[in-house]
Design a protein around this ligand. Structure first.
Ligand code: MN
Length: 467
């Protein structure tokens, strides 16, 4: 490297630090009310263009020192989504800026971990947003000769998720506890969390025990606690992790090519993820629409349609029926316990909640049941919340309602308009051959959950309230 360039890089990095801090107040652009200062904007736009030349130089230098086999393109500095007309660019600017910054950081992280093997750990019941984002990460990382395996501990339950994985060939693997025992985790150099922060994955304890370092966390759920990660991009203001990943694509972390079938399928998966986390784009914001617009160049509409056409199983329909029968509506909250259900039908719970929230005068629905895993003789209470009330924060609501376990871990959390909880039944698991016992157990859990929810729904009805 030319010495003068090195000095220049130092000056730029100090300069960038000052500018970044000034513009964002250390909080990036999560605070949507604050517009970045126009003069400073102009400032970092100029900065960006000089940086782009600089960094493509440093990248090239770095890569030919030991790498000649990796074909990594420098990041682009202008939006590639057709929005780079004057007004489109200004509107998107703060998001673009953050996306560029995060893409650069991620690229640095991946550069430093070339030729490694990583695990991408998803939530136990991964949704399209998680699956598509993980796949995108895998394709991005591949350019750095990093082999990623996408794993989840639970099951693919929703009919659309099963269809998505089958129809696109999405490379996700189910690692049940017996599978985990056959795996040598020392073969991996690190792990990545996508669309979750480890709180919804039973695989987390295994990777932590194996002392694998956390390489990256990319998520849009509210911050679930302190995480030590090499790269962190947690943006609770973004509606879908797929939007964050599409922004990475737009900045050039991976150049999609319409003639590569895997790229088309991955773009289709991202479009599905983005749509499903934004209630078919109805809750999408500008950046989600921009991401969808970009994906529209690559995705296969027919394939997406095939995924969406997947039908519900009879058992899922039965759970929805039970939720309708059992629901109680109070203060615009619809609450329904659905009793016992099989592990593979677990996704019937959020689907029932999706349906209950469509009732007139209902703004929030909570559906829960006892999910039974035959293989493991394990039972867990699983619940889903859906809300159309803008002022209700599902994350706060669930944490407030159910609190934490003895180790301080919350039983659930959420994101915009949706939340979930899982309460392990431990010692009380099983024994359901005795139907009277099974019924009694359900009644206890049902009453306890209702009590906890109704305390928040009707604050004055709470007999134990201290005020
Ligand atoms: Mn998501």
């Amino acid at each position: 490297m030319v010495p003068s360039l090195e000095i220049f890089a130092k000056i730029i990095s100090v300069w960038r630090f000052i500018v970044t801090d000034g513009v964002t107040g250390g909080n990036y652009f999560i605070n949507r009310d604050k517009e970045p200062h126009p003069i400073k904007n102009k400032f970092y736009m100029q900065l960006n263009s000089s940086l782009s030349q600089l960094e493509s130089l440093t990248l090239t230098n770095d890569s030919h020192s030991e790498e000649t086999d990796l074909d990594i393109e420098p990041l682009v500095r202008q939006p590639t989504n057709g929005s780079n007309t004057e007004s489109g660019f200004v509107g998107q600017q703060r998001n673009n800026y953050l996306a560029y910054q995060k893409s650069e950081e991620l690229q640095q992280t991946l550069m430093g971990r070339r030729h490694e093997r990583h695990l991408i750990v998803l939530q136990d019941f991964p949704d399209p947003d998680a699956l598509s984002s993980a796949w995108t990460y895998q394709l991005i990382a591949q350019q750095y000769d990093i082999k990623c395996e996408i794993i989840y501990g639970g099951t693919l339950s929703h009919q659309e998720n099963i269809a998505l994985v089958k129809l696109t060939g999405l490379p996700a693997q189910r690692w049940t506890p017996p599978t985990l025992k056959t795996k040598d985790l020392s073969l991996y150099h690190g792990f990545v969390l996508i669309d979750n922060q480890g709180t919804t994955s039973q695989l987390l304890s295994a990777v932590v025990q194996a002392k694998l370092p956390l390489v990256a966390v990319i998520d849009h759920h509210s911050l679930q606690g302190e995480l030590k990660s090499e790269f962190t991009d947690i943006r609770p203001s973004v509606r879908a992790t797929a939007t964050i990943f599409t922004q990475y694509l737009q900045t050039g972390l991976l150049t999609l090519d319409n003639s590569v079938s895997q790229h088309v399928k991955c773009a289709t998966a991202l479009m599905h993820g983005l749509r499903s986390d934004t209630n078919r784009l109805m809750q999408a914001q500008e950046e989600d629409f921009m991401a969808a617009a970009y994906l529209s160049r690559f995705y296969d509409a027919q394939l997406l349609n095939a995924v969406l056409q997947a039908n519900r199983s009879k058992r899922v329909m039965d759970v929805i029926e039970r939720s309708l029968k059992n629901r109680i509506v109070q203060n615009n909250f619809s609450i329904a316990g659905v009793g016992y259900l099989r592990y593979d039908d677990r996704d019937a719970i959020p689907q029932a909640a999706d349906f209950l929230v469509t009732e007139e005068n209902v703004h929030t629905a909570v559906v829960y049941g006892i999910v039974h895993d035959e293989d493991e003789e394990l039972e867990v209470v699983i619940g889903s919340l859906r809300t159309s009330k803008l002022t209700l924060d599902p994350d706060e609501f669930i944490k407030e309602a159910f609190g934490q376990d003895s180790s301080g871990r919350f039983f659930g959390g959420g994101r915009t308009s949706a939340g979930g909880f899982e309460i392990p039944m431990g010692f009380l698991s099983g024994g359901n051959e005795n139907s009277a016992y099974a019924r009694m157990k359900w009644e206890v859990y049902d009453s306890q959950i209702k009590q906890k929810l109704l305390r928040l729904v009707n604050p004055k009805d709470n007999p134990i309230q201290s005020e």
